[in-house]
Design a protein around this ligand. Structure first.
Ligand SMILES: [Zn+2]
Length: 323
């Protein structure tokens, strides 16, 4: 058996597969769309044909695969073999993906892991967190997710749900989050939430250049917000300040609890660029007092593009898995 690893990234609309060689290099990848309404069995058949095609492309056989990592947007069982909660993804609900893969690859070691943990592990192992002892990964896109690396390994917590930093409550009694609580970081910084808040304010008569920019662009998103900030629009600056304050405060609380000095940020919202990192640092530093101020703390953009990080991270988690 040769030492190749498969990384699978299972999303709501697409499934990506990649192959890692013995030197942890991603040598190939492919992806396909999973349409709503398709049966899990059908999706699994498509998945297997993608894997077969990829193996053929690199002249590999099934028994060249030593491990398989499966990254999923959900909650995983403590033995890393089943998915406990992954709404809206048929192949992950009432379908034994572990058992089905095991039947195809009987000799491979197979692990299922949360997708944010996969991404964080990739950044730690080979990306922006390379060489660090402890690291926090935070993704800001539709939601706010995270991963915690402590002493060189993923920290999963008592029930495998550590790192859900988007649901840390930063503004008690604040805006309603998708999880049902009020004031979560995600309710302020998540791409599904701040555009809704902006729209509400504009509908209520708040004046902002965002109205015109959103008309041209077709929607309110990070790109529109970023443009409005560059034009020094007061409302855009106010919303952006709220986002950077939320993330800065979130990181400060983690720093006080775990003394972690490396925060790697990924996800679409980081396209906003340097002003995001500067804003987060500014709010973070505001709370640092006394001897805290002697420590160096880094806020760094993620290294891997979103098209790669999921498969790469899933493969690395499987290869270096420590139960
Ligand atoms: Zn929440």
């Amino acid at each position: 058996m040769r030492d190749y690893v498969l990384g699978l990234d299972i999303g709501g609309t697409k499934i990506a597969v990649g192959i890692l060689d013995g030197n942890d290099k991603l040598i190939g990848r492919t992806q396909f769309s999973a349409k709503a309404g398709e049966s899990p069995e059908m999706v699994f058949t498509l998945l297997m044909s993608s894997i077969d095609e990829l193996l053929k492309r690199y002249d590999l056989a099934k028994d060249d695969i030593s491990s398989i990592g499966v990254g999923v947007p959900g909650i995983i069982s403590s033995d890393a073999r089943s998915v406990l909660f992954a709404p809206n993804i048929s192949i992950l609900n009432s379908f034994d993906i572990y058992g089905s893969l095991k039947a195809e690859f009987p000799d491979a070691f197979i692990v299922i892991e949360n997708d944010a943990n996969c991404a964080g592990y990739a950044e730690y192992k080979a990306g922006s967190g390379l060489g660090r002892k402890n690291m926090i990964y935070c993704t800001i896109s539709t939601g706010v997710g995270g991963a915690i690396i402590i002493n060189g390994d993923l920290f999963r917590g008592s029930n495998m749900v550590a790192g859900e930093i988007g649901h840390m409550i930063i503004h008690p009694g604040g805006r309603l989050c998708g999880c049902g609580n009020k004031g979560c970081a995600e309710a302020y910084a998540g791409g599904a939430n701040y555009p809704r808040y902006i729209k509400e304010c504009l509908d209520n008569g708040r004046k902002s250049i965002i109205s015109e920019l959103a008309k041209e662009h077709g929607k309110i998103d990070g790109e529109v917000l970023s443009k409005a900030i560059d034009m020094a629009d007061p409302f855009a600056l106010e919303v952006f300040n709220e986002i950077t304050e939320t993330i800065g405060l979130l990181f400060f609380n983690i720093y006080k609890l775990l003394n972690i000095d490396c925060y790697v940020l990924g996800g679409g919202f980081t396209n906003v660029g340097e002003k995001l990192f500067n804003g987060i640092r500014e709010h973070f530093e505001k709370y640092r007092v006394g001897t805290d101020t002697h420590d160096r703390v880094d806020f760094i953009p993620a290294h891997f593009p979103s098209s790669e990080i999921g498969i790469y991270g899933a493969a690395l988690v499987a290869k270096y898995y420590k139960p």
